[in-house]
Design a protein around this ligand. Structure first.
Ligand code: SF4
Ligand code: SF4
Length: 411
C-alpha cells in the first residue's frame, strides 16, 4: 500500500489496541490516533510547541504496530519521525540524549565512548552498581561491553569452511560491535558453515535509527552516506543483519531518505533490495545446516518477537517456524510472544515506569512456560529483557543465532 498522509486518518481506532503505550496508559493523546491529531494541529498552527507536546510525541516505541494495522495506510513512522525532529529543533533535547547523538554521529567517538564505559564497568563497585539504574535497568544487569569491538576482532574478509556458494556483506550494527559479540561470532560460524564468504566492511557505522528517532536527521544523513559507501559492493549476493532495527533502517529508511539526494539514491535502493535479516537468511539455507548428532538433550526455549521483526520484515512467525525445525529444541510459546517488551531504542531509559510495566508482564508470561532460554533477535529487546531478570535467574536471554550455532556439527 502506498503510504498516505495523516489527513487520511479515518479515526477508526484500530491502531489503539495494538499500541503498547496505549495499552498501558489508556490515554487518547498518547495513542497513535491521538498523536496524529496533535501533529495535524501543530502543522496547522492551532497548537503551539511545548515540552508537554514533545513528551507526548516522544512517548512512543517507534514499533510500527500502528502502521502495520492501519486500514487507511497512514505512515505513522515517518509522521512521528518528522514531528520528533520539529520538537527537537524547537524544544531541544536532554543532556543524555544530546550525548548519545554526539557519540553515534561519529564511529571514533562511539569507539572511544564504549572503551571508557568498559573501563567504568570494571571499576564501579557492585555495591554502587546495584543502586544505580539506567532507565528501568539496574546498572549491575547491563551486559559487559566487548573487550575489543567486534569488527576489529575479525578480518574484513572471512572465507567459508566448504565450497563457496556466495558472498554476503555483514552489517553488524553497534550492538554486535560493542556489546553482544557472541551474536556476531555465532553468525560468522553459521555463514562459514553454510558456505558463504563474509565481508565485514570496516567503514560501516551506526545505522542511524537512534539519530532519526531523536530528530538528528543531519547527523543521520552523514552516517547513512557512510554506510551506503561501505555497503555498495557488486560482489555481494545479500546484506545480512542480526538486528531487525538495523534491517528496518537499511531496507525502508535509507531509500526514503536518499530519494531526494543528488547522489546515493540508486545505491540505497540496491542495498535495500539485498538486505535480509539473519533468521530469514538461515531459513532459506536451512537444508545446508548440518547439526551435531550428539546434541540430543532437548532445551526448552521460548521466544520474544521484536516489533521490527514483526512489522518491518513481516516475519512474526519465522523464528517459531525455525525453532520447530530444530530437533534439539522444545519450543514453548509464551502467551504474549508478539507483545512489545518496552525497550524501544531509548524508551526504556526515557520512560522507565511505562517500560517496566511492559517488561514485567513479558517476564511473568515467559516464566509461566518454564523455558530455560528466552531468545530474541533484537539487541535492545535482549538488553531490556535480561536487564530486568535477576543475574542468577535460571531463564537466560540470547540471540537465536547463538542457539543455532551451539548445535552445529564441527567442520
Ligand atoms: S488505524 Fe489508521 S485510520 Fe484508524 S485511527 Fe489509527 S491512524 Fe487513523
Ligand atoms: S509506533 Fe508503536 S508505540 Fe508508537 S504510537 Fe505506533 S503502536 Fe504506539
Amino acid at each position: 500500500m502506498i503510504p498516505k498522509p495523516l489527513q487520511n486518518c479515518g479515526k477508526c481506532g484500530l491502531c489503539l489496541n495494538v499500541c503498547p503505550v496505549y495499552k498501558i496508559l489508556k490515554q487518547e493523546q498518547t495513542s497513535p490516533r491521538g498523536k496524529l491529531q496533535l501533529i495535524k494541529a501543530y502543522d496547522h498552527n492551532t497548537l503551539a510547541s511545548s515540552d508537554l507536546l514533545k513528551d507526548i510525541v516522544s512517548k512512543c516505541l517507534m514499533c510500527g504496530s500502528c502502521t502495520a494495522s492501519c486500514p487507511s495506510g497512514i505512515d505513522h513512522y515517518s509522521e512521528f519521525m518528522e514531528m520528533r525532529k520539529k520538537m527537537a529543533d524547537v524544544q531541544g533535547e536532554t543532556l543524555a540524549i544530546k550525548s548519545l547523538i554526539y557519540l553515534l554521529g561519529r564511529e571514533y567517538r562511539l569507539k572511544f565512548g564504549s572503551g571508557l564505559a568498559r573501563t567504568g564497568q570494571k571499576f564501579v563497585p557492585d555495591k554502587v552498581a546495584k543502586t544505580i539504574k539506567l532507565g528501568n535497568i539496574p546498572l549491575k544487569n547491563f551486559p559487559k561491553l566487548n573487550s575489543t569491538p567486534f569488527r576489529n576482532a575479525n578480518d574484513e574478509i572471512i572465507l567459508p569452511y566448504k565450497k563457496q556458494i556466495g558472498t554476503v556483506l555483514y552489517f553488524t550494527g553497534c550492538a554486535t560491535n560493542y556489546l553482544y559479540e557472541d551474536t556476531g561470532f555465532a553468525f560468522i560460524e553459521i555463514l562459514k558453515h553454510i558456505g558463504y564468504k563474509i565481508i565485514i566492511p570496516k567503514d560501516q557505522t551506526c545505522c542511524s535509527i537512534p539519530l532519526l528517532f531523536h530528530g538528528a536527521s543531519d547527523k543521520a544523513l552523514k552516517n547513512i552516506i557512510t554506510n551506503i559507501n561501505a555497503l555498495t559492493n557488486n560482489e555481494a549476493d545479500a546484506i545480512v543483519v542480526d538486528c531487525s532495527t538495523c534491517g528496518e533502517a537499511l531496507k525502508n529508511e535509507y531509500p526514503r531518505i536518499m530519494e531526494n539526494q543528488e547522489q546515493g539514491s540508486v545505491e540505497a535502493i540496491k542495498i535495500a533490495s539485498k538486505v535480509i535479516d539473519s533468521l530469514s537468511f538461515i531459513d532459506q539455507h536451512f537444508d545446508l545446516l548440518e547439526f551435531d548428532p550428539n546434541v540430543t538433550d532437548k532445551i526448552s526455549v521460548t521466544y520474544h518477537a521484536p516489533c521490527h521483526t514483526r512489522n518491518s520484515f513481516g516475519s512474526n512467525t519465522l523464528a517459531e517456524k525455525l525453532l520447530s525445525k530444530l530437533a534439539f529444541v522444545n519450543y514453548k510459546q509464551a502467551s504474549d510472544v508478539n507483545e512489545c517488551c518496552g525497550g524501544g531504542g531509548t524508551f526504556f531509559y526515557e520512560y522507565p515506569e511505562v517500560s517496566k510495566k511492559m517488561v514485567d508482564k513479558k517476564i511473568k508470561n515467559a516464566k509461566a512456560v518454564q523455558a530455560s532460554l528466552w531468545i530474541t533477535d533484537c539487541p535492545v529487546c535482549r538488553m531490556n529483557l535480561s536487564g530486568n531478570l535477576d543475574l542468577d535467574d535460571k531463564l537466560k536471554v540470547i540471540h537465536p543465532l547463538t542457539l543455532i550455532h551451539s548445535a552445529l556439527k564441527q567442520i
